[in-house]
Design a protein around this ligand. Structure first.
Ligand SMILES: [Zn+2]
Length: 445
């Protein structure tokens, strides 16, 4: 079954039979209900979000839900406040700014990147640097909304299955909110992100089996009503639909920072497609409101190719790909993405580009050296994807391209560190000068 554009869905649901009419002073940001992103089936506002998505689509092509609001009284961009966080867009999010648990997330820079752009053949390249968020990844846009909703609904414990950026981000916002956080990981998880999770005071539960990470969360939701932010059921449909709403603000900011224009292409690293789906929803809202004249095309930089395969076959159900190598882009290394990602790509006329390890560290170092942006390895996969699409003649040299760098390079330094730990120590300044003289550097300023 063909998926329907979001704006149609929004129009359908603005006439939700149980929906309150918009009245001045009412809380219009709270969802009226939910709807399936694939078949548009309506669900009530108090539906249990159980990580399985739409009950009708489950056996055919598992699909996430998304919230449905009353028609907003304020436009997304024109209605933004002067708050110093993404909560300036609270009128487009599922809770109010007074309920928000914030660490000043969002408002990340959109940086022109002409040198790396020229190298890739797209001089009009800009980088949306999401590594500048409070926990150094874009996941903060999700966590600030998810934890705000959890606290507003009386949750005492939030939880996630993640030993990466999502876990670190949720742990930070739980700490900020005064809630407990439980993070399930699999045995062998290590590195800076796990240390970061523990520093925020979260309880980390390593389990021998990857599947048990999910089972434990499913049991916790059923027994104790924990608020589970991550997927915990397969095939994955995506993370909590209300948290995903936070990613819409990436699209709002890109358009604001581009003087009201959408780029030709917006390229993201994609695992389960929460950010891709949220960014697409944000652009669609701006288009429906007349804030942008046209929609961008989206590109998913993925690892194992499940989205490229589904785009090529036309299927709604993604198949699990064989993992032929261990990706160093660990944040996106899933063998199977989601329908929500596929839908965003299809609706935008976009592409999915599988990216392997080849050239990834070199591209990371080039981005850092030429533009001053040090990105996580997964976050430079968009640059490889752009290069491939340019070489195929799909992206043109005159196109305006935005690459979303999702996290800081400090997050996976253990995988990307070069030879700098072997730098020699100079005993005297004379030794250092002799080395500099022979180094090939032009020493005169
Ligand atoms: Zn459905």
């Amino acid at each position: 079954m063909a998926s329907r554009p979001f704006r149609d869905l929004a129009q359908d649901m603005s006439a939700h039979p149980s929906g309150e009419q918009n009245r001045p002073g009412t809380d219009t940001s709270r969802p009226l209900g939910f709807a399936c992103i694939r078949c548009s089936t309506s669900y009530p506002a108090d539906v249990t979000i159980d990580s399985k998505g739409c009950a009708r689509c489950r056996e055919i092509a598992p699909a996430n839900l998304r919230p449905v609001y009353a028609t907003p009284q304020l436009l997304a961009l024109a209605g933004a406040t002067s708050s110093r966080s993404l909560w300036r867009f609270a009128h487009m999010l599922p809770c109010t700014e007074s309920e928000a648990v914030s660490l000043g997330e969002g408002l990340t820079p959109l940086l022109a990147a002409p040198r790396i752009g020229a190298f890739l053949g797209v001089p009009n390249l800009a980088i949306k640097d999401e590594g500048r968020n409070p926990t150094w990844s874009h996941k903060d846009r999700f966590s600030t909304v998810a934890v705000s909703v959890a606290r507003a609904n009386g949750a005492r414990i939030v939880a996630t299955a993640s030993s990466g950026n999502a876990g670190a981000s949720l742990a930070a916002y739980a700490a900020r909110a005064g809630l407990k956080c439980v993070v399930t990981t699999f045995a062998g998880s290590a590195g800076a992100m796990l240390a970061q999770i523990r520093k925020y005071g979260a309880t980390v539960l390593p389990l021998a089996s990857k599947m048990d990470r999910w089972s434990l969360l499913e049991q916790a939701a059923a027994r104790y009503d924990w608020f589970i932010a991550s997927p915990y059921h397969g095939p994955v449909v995506g993370s909590h639909p209300l948290g995903i709403e936070g990613y819409k603000t990436i699209a709002y900011e890109i358009v604001e920072q581009s003087d009201g224009a959408a780029p030709d292409w917006c390229v993201l690293p994609v695992c389960y497609g929460d950010a891709l789906s949220g960014v697409w929803a944000g652009f669609c809202e701006l288009f429906a409101q007349g804030a942008i004249a046209r929609l961008p095309r989206l590109v998913a930089a993925e690892v194992h190719g499940s989205l490229a395969e589904a785009l090529a076959s036309g299927a709604d159900s993604l198949s699990e790909r064989k993992m032929l190598f261990d990706s160093i882009a660990v944040s996106i290394g899933t063998p199977r993405s989601t329908f929500q990602a596929l839908k965003a790509l299809r609706e935008s006329g976009g592409h999915a580009v599988p990216v392997n390890n080849h050239g990834l560290i070199a591209m990371q170092e080039r981005l850092a050296r030429e533009e001053g942006i040090f990105a996580e390895l997964a976050s430079v996969t968009p640059l490889i994807a752009i290069s491939k699409l340019k070489n195929q003649g799909i992206v043109r040299g005159s196109d305006r391209v935005v690459a979303v760098v999702t996290a800081s390079g400090l997050k996976d330094l253990d995988r990307s560190a070069g030879s700098n730990e072997h730098d020699q120590i100079f005993e005297t300044t004379g030794d250092a000068w002799r080395w500099l003289d022979q180094s090939g550097l032009d020493l005169a300023s």
